[in-house]
Structures are given as structure tokens and as C-alpha cells.
Design a protein. Structure first.
Length: 76
């Protein structure tokens, strides 16, 4: 039971930490991973491989921008 309580405390503490000052594209370059099942080039995401998507990612954090759903095909 103590392990469960400790884990819960850790999760709560992490969820209350301030958000990073990274932009969305910087976060993606740091943490996003692409599955081998989902792409021809699996591994770490690199925004410079799809620069046209950077403006789309950055728009999510611009003041006054409302969220909209965007669907894109992985195949051009």
C-alpha cells in the first residue's frame, strides 16, 4: 500500500509542476518518437524533416488562436 501512495504522490507532484517554456516544435524535437509501423523513417521526430508543419505546431500556443481539428494524410 505504501508503494501505491508514494506513486500517487509522485504523479500529483509532477502534474502540478509548471509547464516547460519550450515551443511545441522544440518539445516534439525533444520527446516525440515515430513508430516503425507509422512511418518510413522511424525514430526521433525532427521538425526540420517536415518544416511546413512547424507553423501549424507553433500556432497551438499563440494567444487568441482557437483550436481546430486538422487531419493529414501520411502519404502525399
Amino acid at each position: 500500500m505504501k508503494k501505491t501512495v508514494d506513486l500517487f504522490k509522485k504523479i500529483v507532484k509532477q502534474s502540478l509542476m509548471p509547464l516547460s517554456d519550450q515551443t511545441v516544435s522544440e518539445w516534439a524535437d525533444s520527446y516525440r518518437m515515430i513508430s516503425g509501423e507509422a512511418a518510413a523513417e522511424p525514430g526521433r521526430w525532427r521538425t526540420d524533416r517536415a518544416p511546413y508543419q512547424k507553423a501549424i505546431m507553433e500556432a497551438f500556443t499563440e494567444p487568441g488562436i482557437r483550436p481546430h481539428l486538422r487531419l493529414e494524410s501520411p502519404i502525399s
